[in-house]
Write a protein that binds this ligand. Structure first.
Ligand code: MRU
Length: 367
């Protein structure tokens, strides 16, 4: 591991050795910028499962590179289909909710099954991993442009005052490869000289908002304020939120949205206060097979210790402290589902649509 390297994206290939994939180990942000080298598919699986990387698009890209690393390792194994299907199964099981993971692994499996020659297989798998990564970068960029167009009427209403956007979790470039999904319109507005201010939900238990979104926005020079997760409703009642923009881990063909736990409560509060609730996502986050998000989206349940402990910086060391009585029971659902009727619009790389089957189908007729 190396420290303190300036990076602008969350995953890349080592410039000197293409057999190594590099990631930011996000567990240490914002206090330390740690770069981790992934040298085997198992390293990728561990990085996803233990959340060195996280966020739906980034999980997908890391898994795609994981399949490429498995191809490199196939030289040492007798290459056979059961090896690749075992790797694919393990990678897909590393986190259950974000559909981008299975989507990327399945794309790799299709390519892998086409080749007998190991060198050709490695080259094709590397190309595909790079392609998936580049596609997500382009998609996020377009989400930023479409999102900014969507925000124009709200921006005009503010007459030069900052537009107050509330976001939950981290759906920024750390969660993708570059730009982010929910943050892409924010970055686009900021780059266009439009004043914005972001309310950042801290996002307990792992604090992706307080640690990661706040760090990203600080780096970009975007004014923001971290709020406890329970504060959004109060701010909305007092006219301090102009709109909400969040990301998604899995969105059904009918527009139900799974995102970080707590998103649903923000959508309810936004609905009650007549505030637009936007969800930004690339096509890779749609699960075209399902229609009922509450019943059909698998919700990850993580270790309750994440709820009972909190991590932070103490005298230059990153430490964990116990918040609750040690004997108390805790439960740790990672995601919740916001039903489509609470979502004002979806922002995708192909444009903006309503969160319903026909409107989504108009943008993505091939699915
Ligand atoms: O548990 P995490 O940190 O992987 O959860 C991430 C989120 O919920 C993000 O909001 C979502 O993946 C959208 S990422 C652009």
């Amino acid at each position: 591991m190396k420290n303190d390297i300036k990076v602008q994206q969350s995953v890349w290939l080592n410039s000197e050795n293409p057999k190594i994939v590099e990631i930011i180990d996000q567990r240490f942000l914002p206090h330390r910028l740690v770069i981790e080298q992934l040298e085997s598919w198992k390293d990728s699986e561990t990085a996803i499962r233990e959340m060195h990387v996280r966020g739906a698009p980034l999980i997908g890209v890391t898994a795609a590179y994981g399949m490429y690393l498995a191809c490199l390792e196939a030289k040492d194994h007798a290459k056979n289909n059961s090896y690749f299907s075992a790797v694919a199964t393990a990678l897909k099981a590393s986190r259950p909710t974000a559909v981008n993971l299975a989507w990327a692994v399945d794309r790799q499996l299709k390519i892998i099954n086409q080749f007998k020659n190991t060198d050709k297989l490695i080259a094709a798998s590397l190309n595909l991993a790079k392609q998936i990564s580049n596609e997500e970068v382009e998609n996020c960029k377009k989400i930023g442009q479409h999102g900014l167009t969507l925000l124009q009427p709200l921006i005009e209403k503010k007459k030069g005052q900052p537009l107050n956007i509330l976001t939950h979790c981290n759906a920024g470039w750390l969660a993708c490869v570059k730009h982010g999904t929910a943050t892409a319109p924010m970055y686009a507005a900021h780059q266009a000289g439009i004043p914005i201010h972001v309310w950042v939900d801290e996002t307990r238990p792992r604090n992706q908002g307080a640690r990661l979104t706040a760090w990203e926005l600080s780096q970009a020079g975007i004014p923001h304020t971290i709020i406890p997760d329970n504060t959004g409703g109060h701010l909305m009642q007092h006219g301090l939120v102009d709109c909400c923009i969040v990301g998604s881990d899995r969105t059904t063909r009918t527009g139900d949205v799974a995102n970080k736990i707590g998103t649903y409560l923000k959508a309810l509060a936004a609905h009650d206060n007549d505030i637009s609730f936007y969800v930004a996502l690339p096509a890779s986050t749609f699960d075209w097979e399902i229609s009922d998000g509450v019943k059909e989206i698998p919700i990850e349940e993580r270790n309750p210790e994440e709820v009972k402990y909190i991590q932070g910086l103490h005298e230059k060391n990153i430490i964990k402290v116990l918040v609750s009585p040690p004997e108390s029971t805790a439960v740790n659902y990672g995601f919740d589902v916001t039903p489509s009727h609470l979502v004002t619009r979806l922002i995708t790389e192909r444009g903006v649509c309503q969160a319903n089957e026909s409107s989504i189908h108009e943008l993505f007729p091939e699915y």
